[in-house]
Design a protein around this ligand. Structure first.
Ligand code: MN
Length: 205
């Protein structure tokens, strides 16, 4: 296999205790070191399997393989976005967005408070395991809130994501048990608006 690239688990952009008390060290380490790593390894394992099959000119089950691949790649990409869209309070976590993204949110939702209420409701209301995300539509340039069930996109998303919140139980169960709404509320204390703004500016180019 010459020169094939594989997925890599990114380092957390802060210390594993830095999001406490909102997300505990135990919860964060388990989530990043075990769960996220499993998606990275899962995606790489499937890529290797496909590489081998292509080299040996053998077939593989396209439907099952692509579904499994999308689950793992989706999981890896979403978690990578998620770690970076949080920050400890002393490094700017929490509060409200400023700048162009703040204006865009105000224009779309009427107010930041209304956006927060809608995003929280989207996160709390995800059926089973999944995510809430704030994205920009490439056609209308409007911000749009979406729910992601599990990690599966199947089609790799064309909406550009600025902010995501993981509401799989593995994201909060140690800290909040079955109380997802409490975890969603706590998320607002560690949300990294500077990163969301950076992503917004990058895709506005
Ligand atoms: Mn997760």
């Amino acid at each position: 296999m010459e020169d094939k690239k594989f997925y890599v688990l990114p380092e957390l952009p802060y210390g594993s205790k830095d999001l406490e008390p909102h997300i505990s060290e135990t919860q964060l380490k388990l989530h990043h070191d075990k769960h996220h790593l499993a998606y990275v390894n899962g995606a790489n394992g499937i890529l290797e399997r496909m590489d081998r099959a292509r080299e040996a000119k053998t077939d593989f089950d396209q439907k099952a393989t692509l579904k499994e691949l999308s689950f793992h790649i989706g999981g890896h990409i979403l978690h990578s976005l998620f770690w970076a869209n949080m920050a400890p309070a002393e490094k700017g976590g929490g509060g409200k967005p400023v700048g162009a993204l703040a204006k865009e949110i105000e224009k779309e939702f009427g107010s930041f408070e209304r956006f927060k209420k809608e995003f929280s409701a989207a996160a709390v209301g995800v059926e089973g395991s999944g995510w809430a995300a704030l994205a920009i539509c490439g056609q209308t340039r409007r911000p749009i809130i979406m729910q992601v069930e599990k990690h599966n996109f199947n089609v790799y998303p064309t909406l550009r994501i600025m902010l995501v919140l993981d509401v799989w139980e593995h994201a909060y169960y140690l800290d909040y048990k079955n109380e997802r709404a409490k975890f969603v509320e706590a998320f607002w204390n560690v949300v990294n608006w500077a990163e969301a703004e950076r992503r917004f500016e990058a895709l506005a180019k």
